[in-house]
Ligand binder design. Structure first.
Ligand SMILES: Cc1cc2nc3c(=O)[nH]c(=O)nc-3n(C[C@H](O)[C@H](O)[C@H](O)COP(=O)(O)O)c2cc1C
Ligand code: SF4
Ligand code: SF4
Length: 283
């Protein structure tokens, strides 16, 4: 049986979930959506998965653009797992709509709670040492359900969130591609270029040894958290100040910006365009 998981991941949570789920379903090809739709695996796969984070109560545009262009086998079992921290919003509805336009549908959708990856806006939470093992065990449970080809009427955006969507999300969506406006390098930068290689949007060019951000950013935080020298500095975008205020002051998180990435996922893993995971978890 041919199984393929299309993954988008900035800070590694979704790639980690993809690997665990691949193992639970007896092995699968994990293809990074950065690769574009050159790979036609989905046209004759029996099982197709989409695994990505929730961004601004929806799926990241990288995943949306990719899914829209993909040719899928209409008879395949199709699932989606969205990694998130608090509000999954309309991400499953978006994917289902894309699939229905292709003559099929989302058969199974599950949100998977993980550590919040937006360190440029607020301190990552919940505490990674506790949260990462929890997310791993939930991913295993979800993987087992997928292996059994369970179906569900995936979670929808709640009526309250739906009502607030436009007002709440517009400030973030307006600055989406300029998330990198406040990025700059400290003297610790050694010009290694790793930041430009982990970027899913080819948004960072190297001017000699100096990275330059070109404002085609999707805010994935990969460059910031995977820089080996922690040399990428940032100013929190104005649009996030209110959110930071809620998280830092009302939830009592420390006013820090620890650079979090999933501890099981390296920069090399993020750069890689695809991998085969066998049933025993080996590559
Ligand atoms: C730009 C951005 C927007 C996000 N928006 C949401 C959101 O709307 N709801 C939510 O619960 N989490 C949100 N998050 C948190 C991520 O969905 C979560 O940390 C996810 O596991 C990150 O996956 P990754 O490590 O594979 O990139 C956001 C993170 C980023 C970077
Ligand atoms: S990854 Fe860090 S050290 Fe390397 S070029 Fe980018 S900012 Fe500089
Ligand atoms: S510039 Fe950095 S934050 Fe923006 S998309 Fe690229 S890696 Fe992600």
């Amino acid at each position: 049986m041919k199984k393929v998981i299309y993954c988008f991941s900035g800070t590694g949570n979704s790639l980690r979930a993809s690997r665990i789920i691949a193992e639970e379903i007896g092995g699968a090809s994990i293809v990074s959506v950065k690769k574009g739709v050159e790979s036609d695996l989905a046209s004759d796969a029996d099982m197709i998965g989409f695994i990505c984070p929730v961004y601004e109560w929806d799926i990241p545009e990288t995943m949306k653009d990719f899914a829209e262009k993909l040719t899928v086998n209409k008879n395949a079992y199709i699932f989606m797992v969205a990694t998130y921290v608090a509000v999954h919003g309309r991400c499953f509805e978006t994917m289902d709509k894309i699939l229905r336009e292709k003559g099929t549908q989302l058969h199974f959708g599950k949100p998977l709670r993980c550590v919040a990856s937006q360190c440029i806006a607020y301190e990552p939470f919940p505490f990674p040492k506790l949260m990462v093992p929890y997310s791993d065990s939930r991913a295993r449970v979800i993987g087992k359900q997928i292996a059994e080809r369970k179906t569900n009427s995936y979670p929808k955006m709640s009526p309250i969130t739906r009502k607030r969507y436009d007002k709440a999300m517009t400030p973030f969506l307006n600055i989406q591609h300029e998330y990198d406006n406040g990025f700059f390098t400290s003297d610790n930068c050694v010009g290694c270029g790793l930041c430009s290689r982990v970027c899913p949007c080819k948004n960072i060019t190297m001017n000699g040894k100096q990275p330059l951000w070109n404002h085609n950013c999707i805010g994935c935080n990969a460059c910031v958290v995977y820089c080996p020298k922690k040399a990428i500095m940032f100013r929190t975008p104005e649009a996030y100040e209110q959110l930071d205020n809620i998280i830092t002051h009302h939830m009592g998180l420390p006013d820090k910006r620890t650079r979090y990435h999933n501890p099981h996922i390296t920069a090399k893993d993020i750069i890689s365009d695809g991998e085969e995971i066998a049933a025993d978890g080996n590559k």
